[in-house]
Design a protein around this ligand. Structure first.
Ligand code: ZN
Length: 94
């Protein structure tokens, strides 16, 4: 392995520990819930989930779980006022 690649690997290891460097702009994923799986997305500063609860409330256990998993890798807009109150999730510090 050449030395420049070794340097990149070392940098990658450090970056992987510094997650606040990463901020998702948009993404789509499949979330396996207890009863069904749902397509969930975050795009144009809006969450979307196929589950019934989200359709009525604009928030659900799936989006709240993603906030906890991705935490500092989500932009602050992904933690609206309603999320802060209902989910107990904390927006990353600026
Ligand atoms: Zn959902």
């Amino acid at each position: 392995m050449d030395s420049s690649l070794i340097g990149k690997i070392e940098k990658a290891k450090r970056y992987a520990q510094e997650r606040d460097r990463i901020s998702f702009v948009d993404f789509t994923l499949r979330f396996q819930g207890e009863h069904d799986s749902y397509i969930l997305s975050y795009k144009d500063r809006q969450w979307q989930c196929q589950c019934n609860f989200f359709v009525h409330r604009g928030i659900c256990s799936h989006t709240m779980a993603l906030q906890r998993i991705l935490a500092e890798m989500l932009p602050k807009e992904a933690f609206g006022a309603r999320y802060g109150e209902e989910a107990g999730a904390t927006a990353p510090r600026s």
